[in-house]
Ligand binder design. Structure first.
Ligand code: ZN
Length: 217
């Protein structure tokens, strides 16, 4: 998922982000139009997860996510039909400090074979972008909280409840593994360019945007 800019407290990219000679090579991010983004990915076995090539792939995905910059990157986005994603939001915020996006720090995670289900009926609608649909964003209504199940890079099982912006990242990345992109879920009429967002809507509420665009409800 594309990183939401937040001027005040955005943490700088890590010093090794980008095309430093020492790190693994960055992977090309595929854009909409590649069928791999529309196919369900295959699950990984324990043996595959623990294999050295997979461990190297995780590192390459992590560096590619940092360089993009993004807060999540799913394997189909680098052309691989494998059911895993890397996620991390380095924003420095806890729940008291999360702002209207309810954005809180999400430590680096590898989610292999993830799935999720909504917790409760509450939803949130925010602008969301994707590294595989560069230059655009749209409003997407999603469950406020989800319970996710996955294996980490050591093939250990996890179940955890996420809420707010981290829950959105988990949903966005897991959806990629089912061949879904945020535009499948977006509020009709809300697709705009990043440029328009920065120029006109950066400081506006979702309600103001909806009204200006004649979006009902
Ligand atoms: Zn995406």
């Amino acid at each position: 998922m594309a990183r939401q800019r937040r001027r005040a407290r955005e943490q700088a990219a890590p010093p090794d982000a980008g095309a430093e000679a020492a790190g693994p090579p960055l992977l090309p991010i595929v854009q909409v139009g590649e069928a791999v983004l529309r196919r369900p990915s295959r699950e990984l076995t324990r043996e595959e997860i623990l294999s050295p090539p997979f461990q190297r792939l995780i590192e390459a995905m992590r560096e590619t996510m940092y360089a993009a910059p993004g807060v999540g990157l799913a394997a189909p986005q680098v052309g691989l039909g494998m059911r895993f994603a890397v996620l991390e939001d380095r924003v420095e915020a806890d729940e008291d400090d999360a702002g209207p996006l309810e954005r809180t720090t999400l430590p680096f995670m590898v989610m292999v074979n993830p799935r999720y289900e909504p917790v409760g009926d509450e939803t949130r609608e925010h602008f969301e972008g994707c590294l595989s649909l560069e230059g655009f964003r749209a409003l997407v209504r999603r469950p406020y909280s989800v319970r996710a199940h996955w294996l980490d890079e050591k093939a250990h099982e996890h179940t955890r409840t996420f809420k707010g912006w981290p829950a959105r990242i988990v949903q966005h990345e897991t959806d990629h593994l089912d061949g879904k992109i945020y535009i499948d879920l977006m509020t009709p009429r809300s697709l705009i360019t990043d440029e328009a967002w920065v120029t006109h809507w950066d400081q506006s509420s979702v309600e103001e945007f909806r009204e200006a665009f004649g979006i009902d409800g």
